[in-house]
Design a binder for this molecule. Structure first.
Ligand code: GTP
Ligand code: MG
Length: 600
């Protein structure tokens, strides 16, 4: 006997206009492949007889549903059956809303679809709308079942007319069905057995077609993706290794492989695989929740996406086109900040542009809407403040799907379709406007530099430990002052009790913190002063923002824990360097390399 657990699984959704025979197709398929529990068919038939109701194959689904849902809640009518090739889960699409919600949030993912059309009634609105949904969700394995052929005398012309008409529509939405099959679900024609009544049809029957559907590439064969869930530090014996932990979503990684983390672009080699009390492992594959250590000490944070160098990299961007399903009680509107959760990262996101909207309750399209209402499916452009790492859903279902949180509730879910052209930084426009309006002083920067005998500079001390940052910043201020410089160190506590007293210093206000420091630096450097502040764990993105905000003056970063990527404006020290050593070198750099000196 074949061990079913080892068999491949495929989820198929059955869609189509009301009463066109979706449930009957499923009931018949289960009955004809002997997939029903022993005696089920007979008992339902007897029940119908007793109650003088005509038997319907669709009743089998209701009977199964009751049975399956005893004690547990199931979200939709799902049935299971198997062929020699694989196991199937058939989803009787439980209304558009549930179906869409489940599909976009990943609760259930259909890899294939059968769209049922009544041969007598012909193509109806929902035949088209469901076709559109399948295209929107990117389902490629599609079969069209032209049902109730018994009602049109199994007529070939009638069948071909429907094929022609529907093909015109599907072409417009870029769907190429694998095949059209004439069936009669009620009589079991061309479902699991070839029809004697439609000998003119030479194509495959329904059961053959689903077995011929190709599975999406399995997760292990895709490029390596592991969102960083956590970073654990070894604390004993001066061990400075860190374990990067997470769940491998796709692909695999071995000891010795080179990895790159996005969006920080930091690189290192896998040194060990840590499997927490289990036997030693040499590789991690899709589905495993474990960790690894790296050969070099690089500083990365939770939320980054680990990829393997040499494989297709993930995308990094802050602007992307998505299909979004909205279920929030408040509509999604422009100019409001939401939280986007993708993989293990959370970022602020805003609605940039609505491209089109379908109302999921009746699947009608609305144009010119200015907000996304509950149960709308919107194709739109979203923009995050910081760049995030992701894949397009067409490349990777797991890393291309996201959820949107409004206040504390999950209000939307969606899939990323396209990464849009990199735009300028969010602050570029603001800075241009500011500089344009700024009523410049009559005293030039050169005159000021001349008077103070120094070049104004914005110096940021960064590292992993706020106390250490503060000590170095304080000392540096003192050294520069004693050398005759006009210098000022602004501490975080000064900021928080004053200029930033309105800020709730959580992750999501950090961008605002950076913006205010940048603006403040612009004013202080304009005065002609050397401005020092400390910002823990400054990353590339933040440095870039500060640089833009502080223009035309320069910024210098002193990284006392070696956490940064190499960049021209960063002076990096490994964390074992003493305070004195760091200060000596910094002093030399600043004074001897002529960074803050100004000579006439
Ligand atoms: P909803 O779930 O209500 O959207 O309907 P459905 O698409 O699941 O249709 P269902 O399977 O319940 O069938 C609707 C009606 O069509 C039932 O009365 C079926 O008996 C009938 N029907 C289904 N398939 C056939 C067929 O091949 N021939 C004929 N003559 N009737 C059929
Ligand atoms: Mg039904």
């Amino acid at each position: 006997m074949v061990n079913l657990n080892e068999k491949e699984r495929m989820n198929i959704v059955i869609v189509g206009h009301v009463d066109h025979g979706k449930s009957t197709v499923i009931g018949r398929l289960l009955a004809d492949t002997n997939s029903l529990p022993e005696g089920k068919l007979e008992s339902v038939k007897k029940y119908c007889e007793r109650n003088s109701r005509p038997f319907e194959y669709a009743f089998l689904l209701d009977a199964l549903k009751e049975e399956q849902s005893q004690g547990i809640t199931i979200d939709s009518a799902r049935c299971f059956f198997k062929t020699n090739k694989r196991q199937y889960v058939i989803i009787d699409a439980p209304g558009h809303i549930e179906f869409l919600k489940n599909m976009v949030t990943g609760a259930s993912r259909a890899e294939a679809a059968a769209l049922v059309i009544d041969a007598k009634e012909g193509i109806k609105e929902n035949s088209k709308r469901h076709g559109y949904l399948l295209s929107m969700l990117g389902i490629k394995n599609i079969v069209i079942l032209v049902n109730k052929m018994d009602l049109v005398d199994y007529n070939k012309e009638k069948f071909l007319n429907i094929v022609d008409e529907f093909n015109v529509f599907l072409k417009n939405i870029n769907i190429i069905p694998k095949v059209y099959i004439p069936i009669s679900a009620i009589n079991g024609e061309n479902i699991a057995f070839k029809s004697e009544k439609m000998r003119w049809y030479e194509g495959p029957i329904f059961l053959e077609v689903i077995d011929s559907f190709e599975k999406e590439e399995s997760d292990e064969n895709k490029p390596f993706r592991m969102p960083v869930q956590d970073i654990y530090k070894f604390t004993e014996d001066n061990d400075d290794r860190r374990i990067i932990a997470g769940t491998v979503l796709t692909g695999e990684i071995k000891i010795g492989d080179d990895v790159i983390f996005y969006p920080s672009f930091k690189k290192a080699k896998i040194k060990t695989i840590e499997s927490f009390n289990e036997e030693k492992q040499f590789k991690l594959t899709a589905g495993m929740s474990k960790g690894f250590t790296l050969d070099t000490q690089i500083y990365i944070k939770r939320g980054e996406l680990a990829c393997k160098i040499g494989e297709k990299p993930s995308l990094v961007n802050h602007s992307f086109k998505v299909n979004l399903f909205w279920m929030g009680k408040n509509p999604m509107i422009y100019n409001k900040k939401y939280k986007l959760k993708i993989n293990t990262t959370k970022e602020i996101v805003m609605l940039e542009k609505i491209l089109n909207i379908i109302d999921a309750s009746d699947l009608t399209t609305e144009s010119n809407k200015q907000q996304i209402d509950k149960f709308d499916v919107a194709q739109c452009v979203l923009k995050t403040i910081r760049p995030i790492a992701f894949d397009l859903t067409s490349d990777n279902q797991k890393t291309g799907r996201f959820v949107i949180v409004d206040e504390y509730d999950i209000a939307g879910g969606g899939i990323i379709l396209e990464s849009l052209e990199q735009e300028k930084s969010i602050y570029d426009e603001q800075v241009n406007k500011r500089e344009f309006i700024w009523n410049k002083s009559q005293i030039s920067a050169i005159e000021r530099a001349n008077r103070f005998k120094q070049k104004p500079k914005f110096i940021v001390i960064t590292g992993t430990n706020n106390e250490k940052i503060d000590i170095i910043a304080r000392e540096l201020e003192k050294i520069l002052f004693s050398k005759g410089k006009n210098v000022y160190y602004l501490t975080l506590s000064q900021l928080l009790s004053g200029l930033e007293s309105d800020i709730n210093f959580s992750n999501f206000d950090r961008d605002e913190h950076i913006r205010r420091i940048g603006e403040l630096a612009r004013i202080i450097t304009d005065i002609g002063i050397i401005f020092i502040t400390g910002i823990s764990e400054l990353d590339d993105f933040e440095l870039e923002q500060l640089k833009i905000l502080n223009k035309p003056y320069e910024i210098i970063v002193i990284d006392i824990d070696g956490i940064s990527n190499k960049r021209e404006e960063i002076y990096s020290f490994s964390s074992d360097k003493s305070k004195e050593e760091i200060l000596k070198i910094v002093e030399n750099i600043l004074l001897e390399k002529n960074i803050v000196e100004y000579y006439i």
